[in-house]
Design a binder for this molecule. Sequence first.
Ligand code: NAD
Ligand code: MLT
Length: 526
Amino acid sequence: MAKILVSDQISEKGLELLRKEMEVDYSPGLPKEDILQRIAEYEALMVRSGTKVTRDIIEKGTNLKIIGRAGVGVDNIDVESATERGIVVVNSPGGNTRAAAEHTIALMLALARNIPQAHRMLKQGQWQRSKFMGVEVYGKKLGIIGLGRIGREVAKRAKGLGMEVIACDPYISEEWAERIGVQLVDLPTLLSEADIVTIHTPLTKETRHLLGEKELRMMKKGARIINTARGGIVDEYALAKAIGEGIISGAAIDVFEQEPPPPDHPLLQLEQVIVTPHLGASTVEAQEYVAIDVAEQIVNFFKGIPPSSPVNLPVLPPEVLPLLQPHIQLMERIGKLLAGIGGKRIKKVEITYYGDITDTETSVLTRSLLKGLLEPVLSLPINIVNAPLIAESRGIGVSETKSSAPIDYANLSMVKLYSEEGIRTVGGTVVGKGEPRIVSIDGYRVDFVPEGIVLVTSHIDKPGMIGKVGTILGKNDINIAGMNVGRMERRGKAVMVLSVDENIPLSVLQEIEGIEGIERAWVVEF
Ligand code: NAD
Ligand code: MLT
């Protein structure tokens, strides 16, 4: 049974699911030093936003295969380190969208009507009606920064409250925004027009301090700010200053750069600022959903089922997966064949997909090719997560094209490999109920199933060649299981592929290479 460490609080429903299939160590709030000490024991790690899965944790996690984030934001996980080490990262992108949108609306209304402040006063025994004059949100302009999943849900709810909604999101189209009745504007326009600004972007290099001193000064006088996205998108110190100077009349903050914020944090000192301790996703419904979603992905991963929401892999619709499996196997085996026959110092790999395979997501096939190509020559663990990164770090250029040119098969994957020794091409197809076959090597037609041990020769087509190779193999007690010869013309150059039952030692291979007319011979183990 694979072992998983769950180091943040997650819903019991998710834990139940994990416990059925895995050995679960549930230690919410485990300090970093303890995680570092124990992480090597586990194949999986599941967190919310509390645990910071840093490079050192990932490096110590020598057995880690998968990290699950029960939520959306993966800014608490060093995804780059995980990818380098071939660890799959999964999350639950839509699971808490509604909860976060509802929390944003709750904060907006609480901010507009001073609810937390009035509540506190009354609990202290003070009945103060005039002190807490609020504003209506009806008819006000809401400016949404980031019109993704949560931004969109906030927009719909705000329109229901009678607000006018504008948004800034450079990565979506105007038509798309118009479809939900939102006008797209640039950031300066949004800041100068909105009565309330709400943030719903991820925290990235680009969005860190997206609202700094300069931007806050551009805001409409007396406007309000809500941040339920991530701490650090608003410069907290600049915000406190802008509130102090009366540029901004109030703010509602659910997320902080440092969580929990220090008690002397300037925003915690201001009466006009209302706060919650990162509660955006904290509903029973959302927590159950994200915990079950991520637990399922982790359990399935150990059964060989690709995850539905991978962060560092292409996302594949579930219905496409069974169709792609034999092609994934084919590409990995073409990679292995090319690793054997392709020559040293690979410079470039060009992949062209033809036929029915072009209708699907092929990047996972290219990743499988790279895995097969790199695995036999590197000591690092290589999988489809880190293979592109490793190819890049070794200076191997990779290109992928889809072609509609006519072919003799239902599908065809052609791989052209450029190395110091020249160019080699291998073509493969998937036939029948999903059998991978190699159908060409360097333009010679062959037809064999890439499995077991295979001897490949490039030789001159003349009488006796097959016999001579067969005699050497027989003399060394190596049984031939299948044979294939491809040639362009009589007595010209040819390729021979022999499937054998026993391993071919180097001395036997050298003897075969010594046969007059044999140019090169290789042994490939699939
Ligand atoms: P999403 O990926 O669906 O949407 C993010 C949007 O931001 C995208 O449309 C993207 O185009 C846009 N964007 C990116 N950079 C931008 C920029 N520079 N300017 C304007 N727009 C930009 O993400 P989501 O699921 O809607 O989540 C939004 C945020 O909310 C994330 O930071 C997430 O971590 C956070 N979140 C917080 C809580 C919580 O508990 N408070 C809960 C869930 C999500
Ligand atoms: C998220 O990104 O999903 C949220 O921050 C929710 C959380 O896990 O607390």
